[in-house]
Design a protein around this ligand. Structure first.
Ligand SMILES: [Ca+2]
Ligand SMILES: [Ca+2]
Length: 89
């Protein structure tokens, strides 16, 4: 993977006429594999367990909703499977 320092990014805040400021501290950017639902840099049984626990659920905040459709289904499972599991558990 490319080191974080290899990326350039710009962030713009439109504060309108607000007198408030924005302060950013300790910002990290990293690549997260689509199937890595718990962000531990591995796609494994724990992620699959999370996906199955949310199976066919709808709504917001579902970590298993990989395609952002609002529902955890076969499309999400397929996305997770494409990541290539490193099953060690
Ligand atoms: Ca994981
Ligand atoms: Ca989905």
């Amino acid at each position: 993977m490319t080191a974080t320092r290899d990326f350039n990014a710009s962030v713009f805040f439109d504060m309108g006429s607000s007198p408030s400021g924005v302060y950013l501290d300790n910002v990290s950017l990293y690549y997260l594999a689509p199937g890595d639902l718990n962000a531990d840099n591995r796609v494994d049984y724990t992620d699959l367990k999370t996906l199955t626990s949310q199976w066919l659920q709808s709504g917001g905040g579902l970590t298993g909703d990989l395609d952002g459709s609002g529902r955890v289904d076969f499309k999400d499972f397929a996305s997770s499977a494409k990541t290539g599991p490193a099953v060690t558990d």
